[in-house]
Design a protein around this ligand. Sequence first.
Ligand code: COA
Length: 334
Amino acid sequence: MSATISLPGTRAGSTLLSVGSYRPARILTNDEVAGPIDSSDEWIRERSGIVTRHFAAADESVVDMALAAGSKAIAAAGIEPSSIDLVLVATVTHPYQTPSAAAELAHRIGATSAGALDVAAACAGFSYALGLADSLIRTGSSTHVLVVGVEKLSDFLDMHDRGSAFIFGDGAGAVVVGPSDVPGIGPVVWGADGGQKDAITMTQSWTEYRDAPGETYPTLVMQGQQVFRWAVGEIGKVCVRALEAAGVSADDLDAFVPHQANMRITDAIVRSLKLPEHVVIARDIETTGNTSAASIPLALDRLVETGQVSSGGLALFVGFGAGLAYSAQVVRLP
Ligand code: COA
């Protein structure tokens, strides 16, 4: 018989060591967005809960924003960048088919011997990537993983599209995940319904754009009511499954950090879960808009920064969006 393959020892768990974020300097009010879509500050606030959002500068890239958030998370974790052995970047707005944003980020941040890959699961991307990080640390394949959610959605918006122009924003959030004797990240519950792929998509593919002279550049397009119905009908059930998988109840939670899709969707999920009063609900969407894969770590960092949550408490993360992909897990707060 040929030689057997040996494996590293497995670990009991992984945990969030730190969080960091980056919000671009430019702030757009609803009044600035409303003109081209014949809308109003009042309508946008009422339908989405959004008051302002950040847009990146023209020369500010997805990797620039990821670097800013990732550097803060690594510094807060108290480790050297060179001890990061895997960089996962959740994004759908890195404007290169290849190479990955993660490869460039690993180089620029000083994670010189890290594996690097992008995770394209839209608004569920951060939770998907966190699930991967936890599994790889538990199997012994990785020790310190930098997980970044970052989007520059402003590059892919049609500011004349009434259905999407007012919802999205730019930003980055990052966490460092490391080994732990006690599990600090619960089992990930994830899935996707590709049968509804047209609910949030692009106006056309790059090849269609190339082959149709005069066509406009591909931008995001969303069937708002379809997405709303799906999120309100399904995401509460995904949250319950994540709580059950981690063996905890809603009463045990200190915070709920859902993807910041729309304040009305958050309210509906909170009602369906019957979350107790003491659970802090992340409502970062008000001043950040919907930043897709970046929204959960951005919202988490806001809760930590403002002292609304304490280290060691339990939080439930749930991401959901294009795909229609979803992902959830219970975590111990850094
Ligand atoms: N500003 C002002 N009025 C608007 C508008 C806008 N941006 N968009 C639509 N309207 C008007 C319509 O013309 C319509 O008017 P009418 O009743 O006089 O015909 C009315 O508002 C309702 O239009 P509808 O398209 O049914 O809007 P809606 O109630 O579904 O709200 C969304 C639109 C996008 C706010 C809503 O569908 C939604 O929140 N969807 C979920 C989106 C989301 O969270 N996506 C992120 C997922 S990751």
